[in-house]
Design a protein. Structure first.
Length: 264
């Protein structure tokens, strides 16, 4: 059962240690991502401990953190250290599990999510075990993402999702892609769908247009749509396109998760 979701962007610029003197430009974005990720894990812990959660398939609470990013369908072991040396800085994110090897094939969104994990653990050491046992997956959307969401919905485990997605890459003249007047409306539509708490609205976003604009959300949204199975509480904590790419930090929480967490 899907309990809680954190939506975060996955650009290398998110990693403060890669940005040098320009790192402060995205401090607000990082702060929002830290808050939404921390809240998702706290929700998961609180709800799994409650008999009201519905996540007690065999008499004891069971939880699973799942990190989903865009890309060729695959699963990754991210327990080892993660090096960002390929981005020009000798910066390494510590291992989640001591003694685990690094994986040089990690896609950038997974690397950025691991960076977020390290920030969350530094602030909330009690979250370390959830991260260490997390399931890290990339999906290209369509049937694969939907099947993943259906699997998570059918599981009796309490599930927390971290979704990594970027918006349109065509905002203004400094964007990675040619400026496109449709970019803002597209990202506004995604933001409105996320804020509504109605994942079904994400299924109405034009995936082909998103692909044209360089957005990656359409590759992961079907997993959320299928896993949620209904409405919840949505919130957009941050949205913008400071470097020409639309980024949003958002959350989705099952109604029960919000109520139980408020009592915890």
């Amino acid at each position: 059962m899907l309990i809680t979701v954190a939506v975060v962007p996955g650009p290398p610029a998110f990693v403060a240690e890669l940005m040098g003197s320009a790192a402060h430009e995205l401090d607000d974005l990082r702060d929002a991502a830290d808050r939404v990720v921390s809240r998702a894990l706290s929700d998961l812990i609180a709800v799994s401990a409650s008999s009201l959660s519905g996540c007690w398939p065999s008499g004891s609470p069971s939880v699973q953190l799942v990190v989903v990013g865009p890309g060729k369908p695959g699963e990754f072991n991210v327990s080892g250290p993660v090096s960002f040396s390929s981005f020009g800085r000798d910066f390494v994110v510590p291992a989640l599990v001591e003694g685990q090897p690094s994986d040089p094939t990690l896609p950038t969104p997974m690397m950025v999510a691991r960076y977020l994990a390290s920030r969350d653990i530094a602030a909330h050491p009690a979250h370390a075990q959830l991260w260490a046992s997390a399931w890290w997956i990339t999906t290209s959307g369509d049937g694969h993402a939907t099947a993943l969401g259906q699997q998570l919905a059918a599981d009796g485990t309490c599930v927390g999702l971290i979704l990594v997605a970027d918006g349109a890459a065509c905002h203004g003249r400094k964007a990675p892609r040619a400026q496109d007047a449709r970019a803002q409306a597209y990202d506004d539509g995604v933001g409105a769908a996320l804020a509504s708490g109605q994942p079904s609205r994400l299924a109405q976003i034009d995936a082909d247009l998103g692909d044209e604009l360089g957005a990656t959300g359409s590759q992961v949204w079907p997993a959320l749509v299928a896993a949620a199975g209904g409405d919840g509480i949505g919130e957009v904590l941050w949205a913008g396109a400071p470097y020409g790419v639309g980024w949003a930090v958002a959350s989705w929480r099952r109604f029960a998760a919000s109520a139980i967490s408020a009592q915890a």
